[in-house]
Write a protein that binds this ligand. Structure first.
Ligand code: PLP
Length: 348
């Protein structure tokens, strides 16, 4: 988790807070106080990202009279060959201690009476399709852990290589399976630990979108269409960048199916445009689909992660509903926003 809001959601459903690993590059004093045991919610591990946070957390733990289990987040300087905005483990990343500062972070953490250094973490980025960057980063971080053991007696009890396993948004971008990812990480970790004469640490993984990304399908209704002869045909839908910012933010590609014309053979090239006041609000540029007409339902697979969690009320639009579907049964699990929801924070 990465914010007090996410912790609050977990707390609201009685999720066991001791299982939570709390990440983030700029946790506030209030968030850290909330995370501590005692008066706070008692999250399992706080993943310390930088020196400022190390001091701040030490202060708040001291004030609260508690000892907090922590990890250090390291930037191993490995390029996972994904979109630049999704790369998080490079030397120049805003996240984590660069390796050149990692030793100082270790000595400061282990000398604190209010922090218990349990493990090391890295997160290379998101939408990663190659497994070799994980191998490289595991090697760098475990080797560093072994060096810190011999210098300072640090014991690497737990180890987290983050998440980032890519999912296939389009047919031409197949992703490694979760089993392949697990095999590479686990066997590499065990081998490295053996080679360096370390007790294999407990492995913690943070597979985000690979769990839920493909479970979600976004449904849009076609409204206006516009053909600019010789240039492009647009079909505008009743959603767009406010419910899926990924195409505008990262140039992400999606596939689509016209749900009510899935068997149609009469295809044409079209651009699916969102309804928001930005020319960049294009959900899919140039896709071949059955000829579209107002009222057609376009379904976009791979919408289960980073669509509604990044959604906004841009143009005062209402966030959509979520329906859980299984074995022919459907249940509304989040209702569509209302105008009252939209204005509920305004003070007149
Ligand atoms: C620290 C950390 N771990 C895991 C994840 C999950 O990434 P993904 O959903 O791409 O697998 C993220 C996502 O930003 C993250 O910041």
């Amino acid at each position: 988790m990465v914010s007090d809001g996410e912790l609050a959601i977990a707390k609201s459903v009685d999720f066991p807070m001791e299982l939570i690993y709390f990440n983030g590059n700029n946790k506030s004093r209030q968030e850290l106080e909330l995370a501590l045991p005692g008066k706070g919610w008692g999250v399992g591990r706080i993943i310390v990202d930088n020196f400022y946070e190390l001091s701040l957390l030490e202060d708040v733990a001291k004030e609260a009279g508690v000892k907090q289990d922590i990890f250090l987040r390291l930037s191993p300087g490995v390029d996972p060959h994904t979109h630049a905005h999704l790369t998080t483990g490079a030397q120049e990343s805003k996240f984590g201690f660069p390796m050149a500062q990692a030793e100082e972070a270790i000595t400061r953490a282990i000398s604190s009476s209010f922090l218990e250094l349990i493990g090391l973490h890295f997160h290379l980025g998101s939408q990663i399709f190659e497994l070799s960057p994980y191998n490289q980063a595991v090697e760098i971080v475990v080797r560093f852990g072994a060096e810190m053991r011999s210098k300072y007696g640090f014991k690497l009890e737990e180890f987290s290589p983050g998440g980032g396993l890519g999912i296939a948004y389009t047919e031409d971008s197949p992703a490694p399976t979760i089993a392949e990812f697990a095999e590479v990480i686990a066997s590499n970790l065990v081998d490295k630990a053996k080679e360096l004469d370390l007790e294999p640490p407990r492995l913690i993984v943070e597979p985000g979108r690979s769990i839920v990304g493909q479970a979600g399908v976004a449904l849009y209704t076609v409204g206006a269409t516009k053909e600019i002869t010789g240039l492009r045909k647009y079909a505008s839908v009743d959603g767009g960048m406010a419910d899926n910012i990924r195409p505008a933010l990262y140039g992400s590609r999606y596939e689509a199916v016209v749900a009510n014309k899935a068997e149609d053979q009469d295809w044409e090239r079209v651009t699916i445009a969102g309804r928001f006041c930005e020319s960049g609000d294009i959900l899919i540029k140039d896709i071949d689909l059955p000829k579209l007409a107002p009222g057609d339902i376009i379904s976009i697979p791979g919408s289960g992660a980073y669509c509604l969690s990044m959604a906004s009320n841009y143009n005062a639009s209402l966030k959509p509903a979520i329906v859980l579907v299984r074995d022919g049964m459907a249940r509304l699990i989040r209702r569509r926003q209302s105008y009252e929801d939209l204005m509920s924070h305004d003070i007149i």
